[in-house]
Every structure is written in C-alpha cells, then in structure tokens.
Design a protein around this ligand. Structure first.
Ligand SMILES: Nc1ccn([C@@H]2O[C@H](COP(=O)(O)OP(=O)(O)OP(=O)(O)O)[C@@H](O)[C@H]2O)c(=O)n1
Ligand SMILES: C[C@](O)(CO)[C@H](O)COP(=O)(O)O
Length: 237
C-alpha cells in the first residue's frame, strides 16, 4: 500500500492578519509549510507529499522547500492551488500517481502535528476504515444559533462533540469520489471528511493531539512559537 499526503497551502491567511500567505510565514525561523511537510515526512508510511501552493507562488514555494533540506528518500511535488480549500485539495489529488491508495490531507496551518497522530490515522485506514479523522473533546460548551438574530436555538451535548484536526486519512477511491461528486464546492463542507460524509461513507475519529492545533489567528502563532521553543529545548528539533 502506498500512502501520500496532500498539503493544501494556497490560502491567504486572512484571519492571521495582513502579510505573506500564511503557509509561508515563519515559525521559529522556518516557514510554517516546511514544518508541515516535515511533519508528514517523519512518518515512515508517507512516501509522497504533494504541496498545493498559492497559484502565483509555485516557484517561490519550490525555492523555499529546496532551501530547507527536506528528508532524502521522500518524493515532494508542488502544484498550483485554487480559490477555495476544496479546490486546492482537488488539484492536489489530481497530481497523485496511480499507485497511491491511501491519501492524507493535512493543513499547512497545522505545522506541529506529532508523528504519532499521522501514524495512527494511516494505521486506522490500513486496518479497514475508509475515512479517519483525529479529534479532541471540547472544553467549551457549543451553542447553535439563528445567524439572523443571534438567538440560541440549541445546545448540542458536549460529550458527543469532537473538534477535528488533520491529517485526515482516506482510502483514495473514497476521497476521489467525494471530490468528484459532491456539488457546489463541497456544499459548505469545511473539511474533507465532511465531503465524504455527504457520499454516505462512514468516518471514524481517532484521538487527536493538542499540539495539532490550527494556526488561524495571531494568538495561535504565539502558542505555536512556545510549543516549538519547548520542543527545541527538550527534543532538539
Ligand atoms: N484556497 C485555499 C484556501 C485554503 N487553503 C489551505 O487550507 C488550509 C486550511 O485553511 P485555513 O486555515 O482557513 O487557511 P487560510 O484559508 O489561509 O486562512 P483564512 O481563512 O484566515 O484566510 C490552509 O493550509 C490553507 O493554506 C488552500 O490550500 N487553498
Ligand atoms: C480541515 C480543518 O482543519 C478541520 O478542522 C478545518 O475545517 C479547516 O477550516 P478552515 O476554515 O479552512 O481553516
């Protein structure tokens, strides 16, 4: 079985504030995308990484990855991304060679995911699950609202909720079918598993990790710098 990781990295990072596209911003002196690629290549299961770069930034991303000494023996390819995350993932999937049968989709914006999570997702797909997401229980209570009035319309039972992360892992045919058949750029799905759910395929959750958080807003960068500094002090990377 051959496993590839697709890393959508073509977003602007609007919520992080003005500046360089988010994936190219520095974390501990190294671009966030380089951390994300390394996180995937640390897994022995992953033989190919497809990076989906901003459409006007393919050459820049190529130069950046070339300049950061990525591991030998891993195939790393770059393709141009699209206007939405789902379009970027679709473009990444289109670049996969035929022999790939398990696909991970991992946000460049989750640079610090530990390799144990990557391996656990791959293992669950290899063991027969068609679609797997890492997830964590929530600390906050979540309210459903009427967006027009902000009136609360419900309180889902927190114990039944999970905040899901990436990498999300799929049998390749399952993910390809979802991207080929779910209309309207995913019908509002905010993750790949959400698209797969719309095709009627079962998605299972495995334990996620607090350090796999998504760098979305400025405070997330502060936390990411702190986690990285602690790792460098204790683990040497
Ligand atoms: N057209 C897009 C939009 C998003 N992404 C990627 O999808 C991942 C998750 O998206 P998010 O964290 O929302 O990143 P941005 O879209 O860059 O952030 P924002 O919504 O704040 O602009 C990121 O790695 C981002 O680069 C992508 O490849 N192509
Ligand atoms: C895929 C994801 O990271 C799962 O939590 C999330 O849905 C991405 O959302 P974003 O708005 O594109 O950051």
């Amino acid at each position: 079985m051959s496993t590839a990781a697709v890393i959508p990295a073509a977003g602007r990072g609007v919520r992080l504030g003005p500046g360089t596209p988010k994936a190219l911003r520095s974390l501990g002196g190294i671009p966030m995308l380089v951390h994300a690629v390394r996180a995937m290549t640390r897994s022995r299961a992953v033989s190919l990484v497809v990076v989906v770069a901003p459409s006007d930034g393919v050459a820049e991303v190529q130069a950046m990855l070339d300049g950061h000494g990525l591991p030998e023996g891993k195939d790393i390819r770059i393709v141009a991304g699209g206007e939405t995350r789902q379009e970027s993932v679709r473009l990444g999937l289109a670049a996969l060679p035929e022999d790939v049968d398990i696909v991970l989709v991992h946000d460049a914006a989750r640079p610090l995911v530990p390799v144990e999570i990557v391996d656990a997702v791959v293992a669950a797909v290899r063991d027969g699950a068609p679609a797997v997401v890492p997830g964590l229980p929530l600390a906050d209570t979540v309210k459903q609202i009427d967006p027009g009035t902000n009136v609360v319309t419900g309180t889902p039972e927190r114990a039944l909720l999970r905040a899901v992360q990436t990498p999300q892992g799929f049998r390749r045919d399952v993910l390809a079918t979802a991207h080929a058949t779910v209309p309207g750029d995913g019908e509002g799905a905010t993750d790949d598993a959400g698209m797969v759910e719309r095709t009627g395929v079962q998605v299972v959750v495995v334990p996620g990790h607090e350090e796999a958080f998504k760098v979305t807003r400025p405070l997330d960068l502060v936390l990411a710098e702190a986690v990285l500094a602690r790792r460098r002090a204790t683990d040497g990377f």
